[in-house]
Design a protein around this ligand. Structure first.
Ligand SMILES: C[S@@+](CC[C@H](N)C(=O)[O-])C[C@H]1O[C@@H](n2cnc3c(N)ncnc32)[C@H](O)[C@@H]1O
Length: 392
């Protein structure tokens, strides 16, 4: 047997031994594994485009410590302050990347309007750009890329509307994915998750989870059967949430007109055994997407507390803004129990030794196609000009 072959066999044996040892060792020596002294049991995270803190509740549940948050909406800041005790920083464009504290996990549900189907049609009808062409909002992804580039956190979790994947015939997602993988060097996993297995609401959102080092990661499994609407309804909702005769007949006429023209679903009337449509930020307008049938009365809309529950927020969550703002805030938010499960899976992945992870992922990769194969795409043009902000 040649010495080359013997050496290779010896190396494989050593590697196997190392892996077995790693698996048997006391759960993970964080200091030894993480050159940046990350403690995966208490990861520091930042909450970008934080809204009312859906990510924060989830990541705090897995032991995380929030070290920075940003949202420029003053009413969201008010709700965030009431619940977490700190006011988020404002417009992310006004924050120098270097002023953001070091962190282990970057979280961000970046504004989805430029990518959502409703947002896109509205912008087209107004003759405005959408996606990355939306100068104000579409380029916010690159603020995230900038922060990742500068701080190199161990992981990130991004959330957006399902349509992000199909927007502009898939080009938008390709740019985002390439920037994260090819330019920034993260291993990225993505999945569309429907929240209806944890809350009584059909809400599909795409999640992108990335790791600086190779890590084996699996999106959490969700129950097949979710809860029904009755589980979140208040016993005695204020009569002000019942539709007036005027609004109810307007909605019925509107729906009938659209049905006759062969388009649209009109309003979404539900009962206690239903799963609702997606709660949107415009629910405050007429509440038409989720109307609760009432015996002998016009239907009613959800109360803000019911919206909070529909998004998986605990009843201890304080709502101190007007109904209009509350509807907008919950309609924009993440479903907390979905993010909670992802946060748990991310923290579990971060606790694994990277050597073990690499081995598993390499095996896994061979059998993967489609979505996973996207990791093999060519680098994209990550706008270097953005780095200038670091020097501020
Ligand atoms: C889809 S919502 C995210 C909601 C959040 N994940 C939650 O759980 O409530 C996007 C948020 O980004 C904020 N936003 C938009 N542009 C911003 C900017 N330039 N700087 C900071 N925040 C911004 C909006 O105010 C909005 O609250």
């Amino acid at each position: 047997m040649s010495s080359k072959v013997t050496k290779a066999k010896k190396a494989t044996r050593e590697k196997k031994k190392a892996l077995t040892l790693a698996e048997e060792a006391t759960p993970y020596n964080y200091e030894a594994l993480a050159p940046d002294k990350m403690n995966p049991a208490k990861p520091r995270f930042i909450d970008l485009f934080c809204g009312i803190g859906g990510f924060r509740i989830a990541f705090e549940k897995v032991g995380g410590k929030c070290v920075f948050s940003s949202d420029y909406d003053k009413f969201s800041q008010q709700t965030y302050e009431a619940n977490f005790g700190d006011t988020p920083h404002g417009d992310i464009h006004g924050v120098a990347v270097a002023d953001i504290p070091a962190h282990d996990i970057l979280c961000g549900g970046f504004p989805c309007q430029p990518f959502s189907i409703a947002g896109v049609s509205k912008k087209i009808s107004l003759g405005r750009g959408h996606g990355f062409d939306d100068v104000k909002q579409g380029n916010l992804f690159f603020s995230i890329a900038d922060i990742l580039d500068f701080h190199r956190p161990a992981a990130f979790v991004l959330e957006n509307v399902k349509n992000l994947k199909g927007h502009d015939k898939g080009k938008t997602f390709k740019i985002i994915h390439n920037t994260l993988t090819q330019h920034l060097g993260y291993t990225v996993y993505h999945k569309v998750i429907d929240a209806q297995s944890v809350v009584p609401q059909h809400r599909e959102r795409i999640f992108l989870v990335g790791f600086r080092e190779w890590r084996h990661f699996e999106f959490p499994k969700f129950p097949e059967e979710g809860p029904k609407l009755v589980s979140i309804l208040e016993a005695n909702p204020d009569p002000k949430y019942t539709l007036t005769d005027h609004l109810w007949s307007y909605l019925q006429n509107y729906a009938a007109k659209h049905k006759a023209a062969g388009n649209g679903f009109g309003f979404g009337l539900v009962t206690g055994t239903s799963t609702t449509r997606t709660l949107s930020a415009r629910y405050h307008k007429d509440g038409s997407e989720i109307l609760i049938a009432q015996r002998g009365k016009n239907p009613r809309r959800l109360t803000p507390r019911e919206c909070a529950r529909l998004m998986g927020y605990p009843d201890s969550y304080k709502i101190e803004v007007s109904d209009t703002q509350a509807y907008r805030q919950f309609g924009n938010s993440v479903v907390v129990p979905v993010v909670e499960r992802i946060a748990y899976a991310v923290s579990k992945a971060l606790k694994r030794p990277t050597s073990e992870a690499e081995d598993l992922v390499l095996c896994d990769k061979k059998s993967k196609e489609g979505d996973e194969a996207m990791n093999a795409q060519k680098p994209t043009n990550y706008p270097a000009k953005k780095r200038a902000r670091r020097k501020k």
